[in-house]
Design a protein around this ligand. Structure first.
Ligand code: APR
Length: 238
């Protein structure tokens, strides 16, 4: 086992207050592409740039085009939690991990058995009416045809944070609470490019910040431990 992974394993063995902060790189081994890797969603050719499609302005102006992208690119049937999701759920069951804070909208942490999951960017497994806010099952939205509408006539939308939209205040405050109090903070599978999510790690006050990411991030020098390997491989060793 490489030295850095052995160190992370030891930090976890000695702690009952580990917090995980993750992104799309946690789900790539489940078959869900991330956003900014070479084969990521933002490098795929589409009628409009994906980052534009995933904005509140685009959703309100072109709901039909949004839903074509949503069903083709965001909804991937049959995906399952991978080794990283499963290990995190186990660490929570063992009383070591206090919270998973994720930027992902795929629900795979909960599917793996994690209970305390803070979804900074929401989830495509929940939907509501953009006019009257009536909650809806995600089924119609994810697998229906055309633009799903509420009885009130409003457009049904996913419970995700689109560009130009604020993050949920309560989720942010809870995330800050866990990160500020954490003994060990593990950051995994995220390029730490998107704010305010990426800025949350500045609330960490300990000396055991481990960054597990295939590529370099702007926070590598800020971490106490950097492991540039596949998160599934690393988590199967800790
Ligand atoms: N193991 C470790 N790291 C991985 C793996 C893996 N198996 N697969 C990919 N990665 C790394 C990539 O190298 C990349 O640095 O995960 C990172 C994913 O970064 P992004 O694609 O930018 O995804 P993320 O950081 O989650 O993006 C944040 O941007 O568009 C928004 O709302 C969207 O939540 C998303 C946010």
């Amino acid at each position: 086992m490489d030295q850095a992974i052995a160190q992370l394993k030891q930090w976890i063995a000695e702690s009952d207050n580990v917090v995980f902060f993750g992104g799309a790189g946690v789900s790539t081994e489940s078959g869900i592409p991330d956003f900014r890797s070479v084969d990521g969603l933002y490098h795929q050719k589409w009628k409009y740039p994906p980052e534009e499609i995933l904005s509140a302005t685009f959703f309100s102006r072109h709901p039909d085009e949004y839903y074509r992208f949503h069903r083709e690119k965001l909804v991937i049937d049959g995906v399952k939690p991978n080794r990283a999701h499963l290990r995190l759920a186990k660490l929570e069951q063992e009383g070591k991990l206090r919270a998973v804070i994720t930027q992902n909208i795929d629900g795979l942490h909960q599917a793996a058995g994690s209970k305390n999951v803070l979804e900074l960017h929401g989830s495509i497994l929940r939907a509501y009416c953009s006019r009257c806010r009536k909650p809806y099952s995600a089924e119609l939205m994810n697998h229906g045809e055309g633009v799903p509408r509420c009885d009130c006539g409003g457009v049904i939308r996913p419970d995700i944070v689109l560009y130009e939209e604020p993050l949920d205040e309560d989720v942010m405050m809870r995330a800050i609470h866990y990160i500020r109090a954490a003994d060990v903070l593990i950051i995994g599978g995220t390029s730490l490019n998107v704010y305010p999510a990426a800025g949350l790690i500045r609330y960490y006050r300990g000396e055991k910040l481990a960054l597990v990411n295939l590529s370099e991030t702007p926070y590598d020098s800020y971490a106490n431990l950097v492991i540039h390997q596949k998160i599934g491989d690393v988590f199967s060793q800790i």
